[in-house]
Ligand binder design. Structure first.
Ligand code: SAM
Length: 509
C-alpha cells in the first residue's frame, strides 16, 4: 500500500511553539528545572522532511537530534537537506513509531506535532509510551491533537468531503473533487441565514483557505480521531505521564476570560485538568498542544514572577511604534500577532518594549532587560518580572525562551542559515528563520540566499546575481535590460534583501 505522505508530502514548516527553548521556558515557569537547551537531546516523532527538526539542529550544534518518520520519501528529503547543510548532530530514521525501542535512549524533549490524532490507536498509545519511557526526569514532551467539542462541526465537513472524494483514487483528483464540493456547499448555503448555514459557511471559509497538502492530510485521510481534553489527560496518566500545561501557556489562563466565565469555571472545576476542559467547552476548542512530563515530576502550577529572571525575553514581532514617553500619563498601544491591541501606561512595559525592539529579532536575558529598563526610566522597577510574566500570560506580545535568540547584522561577507540555503537551493518555497518561523521566499531570495555562504562580499553577490539567467529585474513594472542599469538595480535589490534577512533572522554573519 502506498504511503499517503509519499503521495502528497506535508508542507515543510517549522513550528515555533515546539522549540525546545520555548518548552524549557514553560517548564521553568511551572517550577521544573529543565536541562540546558544548548546540550539537550531532542526526539521528533513524525518528523516528515525535517522542516521542524533540522533548523533546531543547526541552532544548537552541541545538542543531539533524532527524527523518526515512516515515509521513506520524506526521510530521504530530510537526510539530503541535513547533508547539504553539514549537520552532524542529527540522525534521521525511516522507521515506524511502533518500532522505537530502548536503544533510542533518553531525551530532554520529545516532539510530536500533527501525528497523534491522525494515526491508528496502537500508534497513539505507543506515542505516549515513548514519551513515558524516553523522557529524562526533567524532560518535556509536546503532543498536538484535535479536540472536541470544536471538531464536531469540523468533522462533519470532513465527512462530507471524504464521502464525495471516496469515488476517486488519484490523490490530486481527490483534492480537486473535495474543493469542488466545498464550492458547491458554499453556493448552496449562501442564502441560509439560520444556525446551520451560518456555521457551515464559517467552516467552509476556513477549509477553502487550506493548502492542498494540509487539506489532504487533515480532511481526506482515513484516520482523524479527535478527543476531549480530559480523555487525553486520562490517557496520558494511564501511560505514566502527567499533564504539565499547554505550549502556549496564555491559552490556559482563566483570567483571559470575563469574570463571569472565570467564576463559573472555578465553581465547576476541581483541578487544572477540569478547568481546562470547561474552558474548552466555552471556546469550542479544536486543537491543543499539550506538554507532558513524567509522572514522578512535580510541577507547581502557581507560577511565580521570579521564574522569569532565569529566562530570555523577546518580542513576537517588532512593534510598529516606539514609545518615547515613559510617563504613566501617556498610553502606548502595541499590536500582537493574533490581532489583539495591548494598551498600557505602565512605564516598565513601555520601556521594556523599547529595549526588546532594539534587540529584535533577538532576545534579551532578563537581567539585560532589567538594566535597559532601569537606564530608560532612571531607576530599576522591582515589578518588572511580574509585568513581563503577566503580559506573556495575557497575550502573545512577549515570548519567553530558555536560550538566547541572537540578532545577527549583515556582515562584510554575509552568511545565511545553512538549512535555509539548502532548502532554497533545492527549490523549496521558504525556510525557517532563527526565530523558528517560516520565511516565504521570493524569486530573488531563491537565487540569493543559497549564495550567502560567507565567501562573497556585496560586489561578488551582485556579480553572481547579474549572471543568473532568466531572473527578471524590473523598474516601475518594466524589465531593465541595459546592463549598467540592471546592475545598479540589482545592487539595490541585494542591499534591501540583506537588510530583510537580518530583520527576519536568516543570517549567521
Ligand atoms: C500530518 S504529518 C505531520 C508532519 C509534521 N510533524 C508536521 O506537523 O508538519 C504526520 C507524519 O507522521 C508520519 N507518521 C504517521 N504514522 C507514523 C508511524 N506509525 N511511524 C512513523 N511516522 C509516522 C507520517 O509519515 C507524516 O510524516
Amino acid at each position: 500500500m502506498s504511503d499517503p505522505y509519499d503521495d502528497v508530502p506535508y508542507d515543510i514548516h517549522p513550528f515555533p511553539q515546539t522549540h525546545p527553548s520555548r518548552l524549557a521556558a514553560v517548564a521553568t515557569l511551572f517550577g521544573l528545572d529543565p536541562p540546558p537547551v544548548d546540550h539537550c537531546r531532542v526526539l521528533e516523532l513524525g518528523c516528515a522532511h525535517g522542516g521542524n527538526l533540522l533548523p533546531l539542529a543547526e541552532a544548537f550544534p552541541h545538542a543531539t537530534f533524532v527524527g523518526v518518520d515512516a515515509s521513506a520519501r520524506q526521510v530521504a528529503d530530510a537526510d539530503r537537506t541535513a547533508r547539504a547543510a553539514n549537520l552532524s548532530n542529527v540522525t534521521l530514521r525511516h522507521a515506524d513509531i511502533l518500532d522505537i525501542d530502548a536503544g533510542y535512549g533518553l531525551f530532554d524533549t520529545v516532539l510530536c506535532h500533527g501525528v497523534f490524532s491522525w494515526v491508528p490507536e496502537p500508534v497513539r498509545r505507543k506515542i505516549l509510551d515513548v514519551c513515558a519511557a524516553h523522557l529524562t526526569p526533567n524532560g518535556v514532551a509536546y503532543v498536538s491533537y484535535n479536540t472536541y467539542p470544536g471538531w464536531h462541526l469540523r468533522g462533519a465537513v470532513r465527512d462530507m468531503m471524504r464521502y464525495h472524494a471516496a469515488r476517486f483514487a488519484d490523490p490530486r483528483e481527490r483534492i480537486g473533487q473535495a474543493r469542488a464540493l466545498l464550492d458547491f456547499l458554499a453556493q448552496a448555503s449562501a442564502n441560509d441565514t439560520g444556525p446551520y448555514g451560518t456555521l457551515l459557511r464559517t467552516e467552509l471559509g476556513r477549509v477553502r483557505e487550506l493548502s492542498d497538502s494540509y487539506l489532504y492530510h487533515e480532511h481526506l485521510e482515513a484516520v482523524n480521531d479527535p478527543l476531549y481534553f480530559h480523555q487525553f489527560a486520562e490517557l496520558a496518566a494511564r501511560h505514566g505521564l502527567r499533564y504539565l500545561g499547554e505550549a502556549r501557556v496564555g491559552t490556559m489562563v482563566a483570567t483571559n476570560f470575563t469574570p463571569d466565565v472565570r467564576k463559573g469555571v472555578e465553581a465547576l472545576a476541581a483541578d487544572p485538568v477540569q478547568t481546562e476542559q470547561y474552558l474548552d467547552f466555552v471556546r469550542n476548542r479544536t486543537f491543543r498542544e499539550s506538554l507532558l512530563v513524567r509522572a514522578d515530576a512535580a510541577p507547581d502550577w502557581a507560577i511565580r514572577p521570579d521564574a522569569v529572571r532565569r529566562l530570555h525575553v523577546g518580542l513576537a514581532h517588532r512593534p510598529d511604534g516606539d514609545a518615547t514617553d515613559f510617563s504613566p500619563k501617556t498610553t502606548a498601544r502595541y499590536r500582537t500577532p493574533s490581532g489583539l491591541t495591548i494598551s498600557t501606561s505602565r512605564p516598565a512595559l513601555k520601556a521594556a518594549m523599547r529595549v526588546l525592539g532594539a534587540a529584535w529579532p533577538g532576545t534579551a536575558p532578563f537581567a539585560e532587560l532589567e538594566a535597559g529598563v532601569a537606564g530608560l526610566l532612571g531607576a530599576a522597577d522591582a515589578g518588572l518580572a511580574a509585568v513581563v510574566l503577566n503580559t506573556y500570560l495575557a497575550s502573545d506580545l512577549l515570548e519567553l525562551h530558555a536560550a538566547a535568540v541572537p540578532a545577527v547584522r549583515v556582515g562584510e561577507r554575509p552568511a545565511a542559515l545553512a538549512v535555509a540555503r539548502a532548502r532554497l537551493a533545492a527549490g523549496e518555497d521558504g525556510a525557517a528563520t532563527r526565530r523558528h518561523e517560516f520565511y516565504r521566499a521570493t524569486d530573488l531570495d531563491r537565487h540569493l540566499i543559497p549564495l550567502l555562504d560567507g565567501t562573497r562580499d556585496r560586489a561578488a553577490l551582485v556579480d553572481r546575481m547579474a549572471g543568473v539567467g532568466g531572473f527578471r529585474v524590473e523598474q516601475d513594472g518594466r524589465p531593465v535590460t541595459d546592463p549598467a542599469a540592471r546592475r545598479a538595480a540589482l545592487g539595490r535589490m541585494v542591499d534591501e534583501a540583506l537588510d530583510r534577512y537580518a530583520e527576519v533572522g536568516l543570517l549567521t554573519g
